[in-house]
Design a protein around this ligand. Sequence first.
Ligand code: NDP
Length: 448
Amino acid sequence: MKSINERLHTIFNHIVQHNYGEHEFHQAVSEVIETLGPVLHKHPEYAEQKIIERICEPERQIIFRVPWQDDKGQVQINRGFRVGFNSALGPYKGGLRFHPSVRLGTIKFLGFEQTFKNALSGMPIGGAKGGSDFDPKGKSNAEVMRFCQSFMTELYRHIGEITDVPAGDIGVGAREIGYLFGQYKRITNRYESGVLTGKNPAWGGALVRREATGYGAVYFAQEMLRARQDELEGKTCVVSGSGNVAIYAIEKLQMLGANVVACSDSNGVIVDQAGLNLETIKHIKEIKRERISTYCEHHPQATYLENGNIWAIPCQLAFPCATQNELDESSAITLVKNGCIAVTEGANMPVTPEGIKVLIEAGIAYGPGKAANAGGVATSALEMQQNASRDTWTFEHTEQRLKTIMKNIHDNCYETAAEYGSPNNYVMGANIVGFRRVADAMIAFGII
Ligand code: NDP
C-alpha cells in the first residue's frame, strides 16, 4: 500500500504528463498538493473518492478563434479561452485576461487557483478563468471594442448569470467589460446584469468592486500584522505594478498611514522616497494609459529605474501586485536582508516556489494570493447579489462587507494552519480551507 506522500507524488506526475508543457499550471497544482498530506490523513474519504484527481481536471475548456479588424482595415486573429474549472460551490466565476503571454496553461493555472480562492471567500461561486492573447496596449478604443465584440460573439453561448460569470483581470477593466456587456446584451436580447462583474456602477456595477482587490489585500496584511501584535501605520511599503490592484493597494495603504515608496510597470520602477503621489499615478495609468516612467516629469525628486528590480528597494511590507512569478528566490533573499516583515500577494502566484520557501523559512508573514487577493472576487459576488435583487448598496456598506470577509478569510487560514500543525503558515491554511469546502460539496453530489 502506497503512503499518502507517494500517492500525492503519483497524482502530480500524472498531471504533469497529461498537461504537457503547462508549467504555470503544474506550479499551481504542486503548491496545493504539497500541503494536502495532513488532510488526506484525517479524511481518507477524499482519497477514496479521487477528489484531488477530479479537482485538478477542469470541468470544461473552451478555445475559440477571435477574428477582428484593426484601424487600418487589416484582419487580425487572436485566440480566446474560457476554462470552467469547478462548479461545485456555484456558477463558474473568474476573470478574463487580455495579454500577449496568455496560453491555455496560463488560464488553467488561474482557474485552478480561482477555485480555491472562491471557496475561501465563503461566497457561493465556482472557479473559472478566461482570456485571450490579445494585447490592448497601444490599441485604439475602436480596436478594443471590435475585439471585445468578436470575443463575446463566441463566448456568449457558454456564459450566463447562473452558469458562468466572467470579470476583469490583467488588460480587462471597466472599458473592456462595457464593450463585452454591450455585445452580450445585443446578441441575447437580455439585460442580464449578473452575467459579468466589474461593470461601471452607472449601469449595474457595484461600488467598491474597482477598489476591492487592492483594498482587500491591505486588509489581509493588516490582519497578518495584528496577529503578530504589529500594525500598518508608519510602515515603508513597495507595491509592484501600477494597474487596478496596485493602485488601490497603494490608496488603502496611504489611507491607513503607511508610506509607499515604489511601484512599477513592465518597463521599469518608480522610486519616490517622499511617498508616491497617487493622483499622478491614476492620471497616468487610468486616464492617459501611459507608461509609469512619465511620473518623473511631474515629480522630479523621484527616480525611474528602467528594467529595475522593485524588490531591491528596502521596505518593511512588500505587495507584489503585477503578475505571476515576478518575485523569485534572489529577490526574496534581498527582501529578507533589507528587513521586510510581510509579503502580501495582490497578484496571482507572484512569488516563485523557491521564493516562498525563503520567506517562510525566514519567518516572514506571507499572505498567498488565493487568500490575500480574494477581496476582488468576493466583491464580485456582492455585485451579483445586488444585480439579483435589483439593489444598489452604498460604498460604506459594501466596504464594510469586504473588510469582514477579509478578516474571516484571514482567521480561517490562521486557525486551520494551527489545527493542521503548521501555525502561521497561511499557504497551508488557505489550501486546506479551500480544498475541504470544494471537496465536501463534490462528495455530496456523487460522481459527476
Ligand atoms: P492590470 O492590467 O490593471 O495591471 C497589471 C499591472 O501589472 C500593470 O502595471 C502591468 O504593467 C503589470 N504587468 C503585467 N504583466 C507584467 C509582466 N509580465 N511583467 C511585469 N509587469 C507586468 O491588472 P490587474 O491589476 O487587474 O491584475 C494584476 C494581478 O492581480 C494579476 O496577477 C491578476 O491576476 C491579479 N488579480 C486581479 C484581480 C482584479 O480584481 N483585477 C483580482 C485578483 C487577482 P504594463 O502596463 O506594463 O503591462
